[in-house]
Design a protein around this ligand. Structure first.
Ligand code: AMP
Ligand code: TRP
Length: 331
């Protein structure tokens, strides 16, 4: 008899706070697509995380829909995976409060993303921005998620979720599963096209830094043609000595699924001009296909999928909260 093995739970999320770009797709969403075969996946639109920085209300509403459509157009299949909006399940914030009482100021003071995002304005940024890693821990722990696929910049936050879970378990009994981050090796960090030392970012001042997923394909083509290159004309991967061409090779490889070794062979003896022209074509073709899928998805379809997701998750979240409250003596 074939025994039915329970699939492990995967959880990840993206904030509806800006234009998603190729780095978000290749570094995060793309690795989720294949995971749907072997895991029970939950993909969240983390709107409560987004409001840690001021958002225009109309714009936020639009972006929530946009992220859901990006998930769907990328190949997240609502028949296999759950897609939902964080604020639809109030237990995330309820658990976050409880975990606030387990997390320590010393834990949060270590978070490099907070240091980067708050910069010189430490006194005037929101308390939410400081506390956001605890909400992220709640997102993960509330569903007993085991595997957390994220980009490199989120590793420290997943580590914090582990610390909080272990500390809580040792104080109040074994409630939480200890999650693990999963980093995609190649492409975990897609770098800026204008500066391959810094990661591709939606907040970059120079719009040539990134290619948005809703970029006009011909503009994306120009951005690739204009991307900075390294000295020496050889198409060879070396992230230390040739960061620019290594980044372009990574993008090429991840979109086409052709290995970097294979690409190096293909372009041996050929120059940057040829390589960039062909990569520009690859990116353009990818965006045309992606956007065609995106434009077919209606708002109504998205609302229905998000509501169905929340309906499936609510009982799981409620059950954990009930147990947590019991164990800490609240009920
Ligand atoms: P953010 O856009 O910062 O909210 O990030 C959303 C997801 O995309 C996270 O899992 C990030 O780690 C990932 N991500 C953001 N920027 C990049 C990048 N340049 N390269 C790879 N992954 C990224
Ligand atoms: N903080 C993550 C980011 O900015 C998004 C996020 C929120 C997340 N909750 C999560 C990612 C839980 C993984 C698991 O990218």
């Amino acid at each position: 008899m074939i025994s039915k093995i329970k699939k492990q739970i995967v959880f990840s999320g993206i904030q509806p706070s800006g234009n998603l770009h190729l780095g978000n797709y290749l570094g995060a969403i793309k690795q989720w697509i294949d995971m749907q075969q072997n895991y029970s996946c939950i993909f969240c639109i983390v709107d409560y995380h987004a409001i840690t920085i001021h958002q225009d209300p109309k714009e936020l509403k639009r972006r929530i829909l946009e992220i859901a459509k990006i998930y769907l157009a990328s190949g997240i299949d609502p028949k296999k995976s759950i897609i939902f909006q964080q604020s639809d399940i109030k237990e995330h914030t309820e658990l976050a409060w409880i975990l606030n009482c387990t997390a320590r100021v010393a834990d949060l003071d270590k978070m490099t993303q907070f240091k980067d995002k708050s910069g010189k304005n430490k006194e005037s940024v929101s308390v939410g921005l400081y506390d956001y890693p605890v909400l992220m821990a709640a997102d993960i722990l509330i569903y007993g998620a085991q595997i957390i696929p994220v980009g490199e910049d989120q590793l420290q936050h997943v580590e914090l979720a582990r610390t909080i879970a272990k500390r809580f378990n040792s104080q109040f009994g074994n409630i939480f599963r200890i999650p693990e981050a999963q980093l995609q090796k190649q492409g975990a960090r897609i770098m800026g096209l204008d500066d391959p030392i810094k990661k591709m970012s939606k907040s970059a001042v120079n719009t040539n830094n990134y290619i948005a997923l809703n970029e006009k394909p011909e503009i994306a083509r120009n951005k690739i043609m204009r991307a900075v290159t390294d000295s020496g004309g050889e198409i060879k991967y070396n992230s230390q000595s040739k960061p620019a061409i290594s980044n372009l090779l990574t993008i090429y490889s991840l979109i086409t699924n052709i290995s970097i070794k294979e690409l190096e062979k293909q372009y041996a003896g050929r120059g940057y001009g040829d390589f960039k022209r062909e990569l520009a074509q690859v990116v353009e073709t990818f965006l045309i296909g992606f956007q065609a899928k995106y434009n077919k998805i209606s708002d109504k379809e998205v609302f229905d999928i998000l509501k169905a997701g929340a309906t499936k998750l609510e009982p799981i979240a409620q059950k954990i909260i009930t147990n947590v409250k019991k164990n800490i003596g609240l009920s």
